[in-house]
Design a protein around this ligand. Structure first.
Ligand SMILES: C[S@@+](CC[C@H](N)C(=O)[O-])C[C@H]1O[C@@H](n2cnc3c(N)ncnc32)[C@H](O)[C@@H]1O
Length: 196
């Protein structure tokens, strides 16, 4: 597939860029500034990281899935995105340093599965309330942001937007919804949280 001049090879067992990816991509393009350090959490094919790297100084792209790490690495190389590093990490477990901007299109759909078994399910399955990964992410992200650092995160109407806004506020962020769009069975939002 191609998006804004970036050629992405989709890979088996890796989330294929979709409406939520493109919403976050467009929001990110309005937000990222020259010279910034960006973290793309849950990078999948690496599309957001490669796009961000056109403007940012450095991008770290991480994913818990080995398949996604290999896929994003190969796409970064194919697009000559030399300022993108790709690494395996369960959220911030393998992430050092602080960033100006963190992007996250998380697994957010509620499901009945106790713990996702396969890599592709893990890409969208947010547990019984859709918040298994989101809540952990919001609790941990502040420690990886520079002063005034921002988070852009996709949120679905199916996994409690108000709780996300509340949690960011409690963690000391200023928070707003900067994009939203209705789809067949849900409404998607891009939440912006700025560390004050
Ligand atoms: C909805 S997909 C988004 C992929 C890509 N960022 C995009 O927008 O096309 C969510 C991604 O998060 C990854 N992921 C799930 N749980 C994670 C965790 N605990 N730590 C890091 N990545 C995770 C999945 O493997 C998947 O690649």
């Amino acid at each position: 597939m191609e998006y804004r001049g970036i050629r992405i090879t989709t890979c088996e067992r890796v989330y294929r860029p979709c409406d939520d990816t493109f919403m976050l991509a467009e929001a990110m393009l309005k937000e990222v500034r020259q010279g910034e350090h960006v973290l793309d959490m849950g990078t999948g094919t690496g599309l957001l990281a490669i796009l961000a790297a056109r403007h940012a100084e450095r991008v770290l792209a991480v994913d818990v899935s080995d398949f996604a790490v290999a896929c994003a690495r190969s796409n970064a190389a194919a697009n000559r995105a030399v300022n993108v590093d790709v690494r395996k990490s369960d959220l911030f477990a393998n992430v050092e340093g602080k960033f100006d901007l963190i992007l996250f299109n998380p697994p957010y759909l509620p499901s009945e599965e106790l713990e996702p078994e396969d890599e592709l399910t893990r890409a969208w399955d947010g547990g019984s309330d859709g918040r298994r990964v989101i809540d952990r992410f919001i609790r941990e992200c502040w420690g990886h942001l520079r002063e005034g650092g921002r988070v852009l995160m996709v949120q679905s109407s199916l996994s409690n937007l108000d709780r996300t806004l509340e949690m960011f506020l409690k963690q000391g962020f200023k928070v707003s919804v900067i994009a939203e769009k209705g789809f067949f069975f849900e409404r998607l939002y891009v939440v912006k949280a700025v560390l004050e």
